[in-house]
Design a binder for this molecule. Structure first.
Ligand code: 13P
Length: 248
């Protein structure tokens, strides 16, 4: 993998706010953040994945800015009796361009399976929303030497009928999420290389996620296979997330 090959792929830095911030708190974040990333390298895509309740007001507020918005889930049907779910049409109406699908927290706590992940991925693409597909292994799976198998299996099932020209993947080792225990950048680079080998489109942007911080982003982004970051905790504070967007 040469630097030239990496250069053709898009750099995507996304914040996943999970279940954090009211509308007022979201708007407060943007006040400081907008100016701090205004001069960021223009080849970098910047995405904020906020709770559903903040998306509409954020969309109005960020209109005309380079900061894009993502949702944290999408249902596969356009409408119907699915209490608590949100459809693609509801997201595109308010200008949402991205959606996180298959995050390990949804798989672990809300019964998301590779089958429902696949349905959601295809629904997003049908609505012109670019999905960010999350894959990754648990600590027990890693310790048992199953990392590659788990991820290859997730990709095989998740990507059936999915257009790889409209896709972002995030490698998020579950043991590194919210723990401060970042995956070594060389190891993240290695696993992301394995992910890329499974793809028909080798130019899919593949992010790393799991305890990304201002203090480790430069080293992570220096890795040839890593095209961006999906950031949880460190995306909640404008200075911290701006430093990550403005990595060296
Ligand atoms: P942290 O950055 O808080 O570890 O979360 C990572 C994550 O799950 C992003 O989707």
């Amino acid at each position: 993998m040469s630097i030239e090959e990496k250069a053709v792929r898009k750099v995507v830095i996304a914040g996943n706010w999970k279940m954090h911030k009211t509308q007022a708190e979201s708007l407060e974040f943007v006040q400081g953040f907008k100016a701090a990333v205004e001069n960021a390298d223009e080849t970098r895509d910047i995405i904020l994945c906020t709770p559903f309740t903040s998306l509409a007001i954020m969309s109005k507020n960020l209109h005309g800015s380079r900061i894009k918005l993502g949702a944290q889930n999408i249902h596969w049907e356009d409408q119907g009796a699915y209490t608590g779910e949100i459809s693609g049409g509801m997201l595109t109406e308010i200008g949402i361009n991205y959606v996180i699908i298959g995050h390990s927290e949804r798989r672990q706590y809300f019964g998301e399976t590779d089958e429902t992940v696949n349905l959601r991925l295809r629904a997003a693409q049908n609505h012109g929303i670019t999905p960010i597909l999350c894959v990754g292994e648990t600590k027990a799976q890693r310790d048992a030497g199953e990392t590659e198998n788990i991820i290859i299996n997730q990709l095989k099932k998740d990507l059936v009928g999915v257009d790889q020209n409209d896709l972002i993947i995030a490698y998020e080792p579950i043991w590194a999420i919210g723990t401060g225990d970042t995956c070594e950048s060389i190891e993240a680079n290695r696993v992301i290389g394995v992910i890329r080998q499974q793809l028909d489109n080798k130019d899919v942007s593949i992010q790393y996620g799991g305890s990304v911080k201002p203090g480790n982003i430069d080293e992570i982004m220096a890795q040839p296979e890593i095209d961006g970051a999906l950031v949880g905790g460190a995306s909640l504070e404008p200075d911290s997330f701006a430093r990550i967007v403005n990595y060296n």
